[in-house]
Design a protein around this ligand. Structure first.
Ligand code: DC
Length: 218
């Protein structure tokens, strides 16, 4: 495989905007390895919850991030709302972000399973983790559309969810993700921005694919 064949696709955006659906589909289409980078922050959040560590204790949070290993991505409870909340808090700590950076870059540079590249979804993949990605896509949607999707997702998993509460949590988490000093959530200047509010998954995929194919030829 030559360096030119190595394909890295960065998919960033806020929660429940449709990043995961798009990223998984792109990985299947281009036969690339897929990493949901939010799961790394969730794994660190889960370590803190289990050990009763307060997320304002930056030293302890950084120490937990230093203990991150990919095997932690198999743990139950990573997708729980409480873990997501904790993940959003620890993600604001620069030393935590630094500790998780090399795992993400290693995945992009040397994808598992001999894949010829990777799709990574997150908040800062196009801006910080893989600034030289082949193609960067920023997926967004209105807070109302995202809260509705999250409620549906939670209900499908058998968890009760109240729309107003989910929307409130989402607004708070967006504010934290966007305002943190280190790697705030924002679109890279060279990213394709897709607002998925009124689009089907197929329409989102088609737009992303057309953009990626253009970038690959560039
Ligand atoms: O995508 P998610 O909800 O699983 O992410 C959980 C938290 O992790 C989210 O609030 C922001 C943070 N995160 C981040 O700061 N950078 C990433 N690349 C991925 C997630």
């Amino acid at each position: 495989m030559t360096a030119a064949d190595h394909l890295v696709i960065a998919v960033d955006g806020p929660s429940a905007a449709g990043k995961g659906t798009l990223a998984r589909r792109l990985a299947g289409h281009y036969r690339l390895a897929f990493l949901d980078s939010g799961m790394l922050y969730r794994a660190v959040g889960l370590l803190l919850i289990r050990q009763g560590i307060d997320p304002t204790n930056e030293t302890a949070a950084a120490e937990a991030a230093g203990r991150f290993r990919p095997s932690l991505l198999q743990e139950a409870g990573l997708r729980d709302e409480a873990t997501g909340e904790m993940a959003s808090r620890v993600a604001a700590i620069p030393a935590v972000r630094q500790a998780l950076l090399h795992w993400q870059r290693e995945f992009a540079d040397d994808p598992p399973g001999g894949a010829r590249g990777a799709v990574i979804d997150g908040r800062d993949i196009g801006t910080v983790v893989c600034p030289n990605a082949t193609a960067k896509i920023f997926v967004t949607a209105s807070q109302q559309a995202r809260a509705q999707r999250r409620v549906k997702e939670l209900q499908e998993r058998g968890e009760g969810a109240i729309y107003a509460r989910v929307l409130q949590d989402m607004i708070a988490r967006d504010a934290r993700d966007q305002s943190r000093a280190t790697s705030p959530l924002r679109a890279a200047p060279d990213a394709l921005v897709i607002d998925t509010s009124g689009l089907s998954a197929d329409q989102v995929f088609d737009r992303a694919k057309a953009f990626i194919d253009l970038r690959r030829r560039a």
